[in-house]
Design a binder for this molecule. Structure first.
Ligand code: 9D3
Length: 259
């Protein structure tokens, strides 16, 4: 999948191409990243990419012209797919959106800095504005990298373990179950901490049952609204509902959550 990214901080994207799964994806060609710096498309001696907001107020606004020239260069180079703007005023990114984006053969992403971008550039070029949540970060670069990371790991052949991308949390709308690895017994101060016995039992049906219960209990306790969504989406079986009912009742009778 080809990504064309407009940013005045292209060096930040080595975080994506330099480490981990996304580095591997860049090496295999599953991820193709083209960076376009609006500063390289300025015409003035100062290479200005921002100016003061009309109407006054704090901060600066990104100039339309350098962004437009950078986007036109990406288009001439064969950019593919819709144009997204990373913006705190966009719709929050979801697993569903990530899956949709992963079906595309390309995506162009605009990263804003300063207080924002001249609205005329947005109106003219942007198909969709996407946020990563209701908090403020300093620019669109980290949000763009988060989106790209989420999309790239859904591309065929990117994750080594088959099923890792589909079995994970949010694929079924529930939080992950707890995980354990060696050592089987861990010394903690004067005590020792084991692992749940079922995980050492070798009984794969019992393990799957326990994991599903843990997912349900944790989700109920930490993100109850996700239980409601999973139910509405028909993703909860009769056994799931029985588990939830049992834990709701236990929590009420003991005044003690289990997750
Ligand atoms: C909401 C704050 N804005 C009005 C005071 C100013 C502003 C601050 C920081 C405008 C843009 C930014 C830079 N942020 C992004 O470009 C951004 C972002 C974010 O801040 N939060 C969540 N998702 C995103 S996606 C891009």
């Amino acid at each position: 999948m080809r990504f064309d990214v407009l940013t005045i901080f292209p060096e930040m994207f080595s975080a994506l191409t330099g480490s981990g799964i996304t580095r591997r994806a860049a090496e295999t060609g599953a991820l193709q990243l083209k960076l376009w710096n609006p500063r390289e498309f300025t015409q003035d001696a100062y290479r200005r990419v921002d100016d003061r907001p009309f109407g006054g107020g704090p901060g600066m606004v990104m100039l339309a012209a350098p962004l437009q020239a950078a986007l036109d260069a990406a288009a001439a180079d064969g950019k593919r797919g819709p144009v997204l703007l990373m913006s705190p005023a966009g719709r929050p990114l979801t697993h569903r959106k990530v899956m949709q984006l992963s079906q595309l053969d390309g995506l162009t992403i605009i990263c804003g800095r300063y207080e924002g971008i001249d609205e005329r550039f947005i109106a003219r070029n942007v198909d969709e504005e996407v946020s990563i949540g209701d908090f403020v970060v300093s620019g669109g670069e980290l949000p763009a990298m988060m989106l790209m990371d989420a999309v790239v790991r859904q591309l065929p052949g990117v994750l080594n373990t088959e099923g890792s991308a589909t079995e994970e949390s949010f694929a079924d709308g529930l939080l992950d179950c707890p995980q354990f690895t060696r050592p089987e017994v861990m010394d903690v101060d004067d005590a020792s901490e084991g692992v749940p016995a079922v995980l050492m039992s070798g009984n794969h049906a019992e393990i799957a049952k326990w994991r599903r219960e843990q997912q349900l209990i944790r989700t109920l306790s930490r993100r109850p609204e996700l239980i409601e969504s999973a139910r509405a989406a028909g993703k909860l079986s009769a056994r799931d509902e029985a588990t939830l009912k049992r834990y709701t009742r236990d929590a009420l009778s003991t005044k003690k959550g289990s997750a």
